[in-house]
Design a protein around this ligand. Sequence first.
Ligand SMILES: [Zn+2]
Length: 424
Amino acid sequence: MFDLLVKGGTLPDGQVADIAITGDRIAEVAPKIDADAREVIDATGDLVAPPFVDPHFHMDATLSYGLPRVNASGTLLEGISLWGELRDIATVDEMVERALRYCDWAVSMGLLAVRTHVDTTPDHLNTVTAMLEVKEKVKPYLDLQLVAFPQDGLYRAPTGRQNVIRALDMGVDVVGGIPHFERTMADGAASVRDLCEIAADRGLPIDLHCDETDDPHSRHVETLAYEVQRLGLGGRATGSHLTSMHSMDNYYVSKLLPLIAEAGVAAIPNPLINIVLQGRHDTFPKRRGLTRVKEMQALGIDVGWGQDCVLDPWYSLGTADMLDVAFMGLHVAQMTHPDEMARCFTMVTETNAKIVGLDGYGLAKGCMASLVVLDAADPTEAVRLRPSRLAVVSKGKVVSRSARGDGALSIPGRPDAVRRRRGG
Ligand SMILES: [Zn+2]
């Protein structure tokens, strides 16, 4: 007797399979499993995928849109300045409440693992206290990974470095940084070296906000790749954003990308945010500010899509739906070949899981029993429709259900319901 049986679903690779679950693990995956289960989900004709993973988010700021006021210019810098006010007036309880509410949204969308950057700038470190509390509270159903993020700079803020160390001592999981925001290029490069050494000494992953600017001379990813290689951090190092690469000289990039690939540095562009925050100093033509996604993938670099923000000082929209992120990324990076469209789905599932180092991820026997049933036939259709998450299973338990998104029609001679799926 299994605890849960998900029957007849189509997996992302196209095979149709039943998935049997015992406790928090997948017990069996086979074309047909004839056994009893305490609970059965009929997924016939629907896509069954491992859960969505967001490798780049800011949960200390989420759902704070309009506090203390909206970002009128829409720029990254006004966002940073607004957040600088909010982080000192928001209480720990308020941040915890907003984050938990956001995690409810995430679960309903099948998003069950999030890496969030936590601002370590204020000496009170209320942000860190709040996010450590949230991490414990959501642990039974959502994996939250915290990054020590010196928003105002490691060296630029007087206690920047000291507070990153304090946050890591409090139990934060990943080393973060923001080299392009330090006072000079030299300070930025020094911060990358320093942070990589901290990560190496502590045996932690590193994930830097890196070159989030349209300035083609912002080249801190080069230093990151060099230091990662020198210190043997390959496979647990990530450059987030990398937007300056959009504007870099092509010859320079032809030398840079192989270095990133050899070093084993992953990349996380955040298309919803990059497309609205970058290019703000341009007239026309106005740059897109998205990094070189397909070009990096062609060299074997792991590139995942991140969400970054939902309803906060930097972004006034967002739904916790990683398919929204994949949809925007597909458009901005022009990933329209059938293989590329399907890859956009893989990026917000498997690739992101690999980048953040999730254990037991996938739909094979022995993996963690976490999955999502989507009202779509295949991964590309899921990106196109961003459909209902019919059922979400986390660690063996059904944690959310949604109705199909069918429309009702009242047109003589036409069907009375419409599903918008390719098959009708
Ligand atoms: Zn970010």
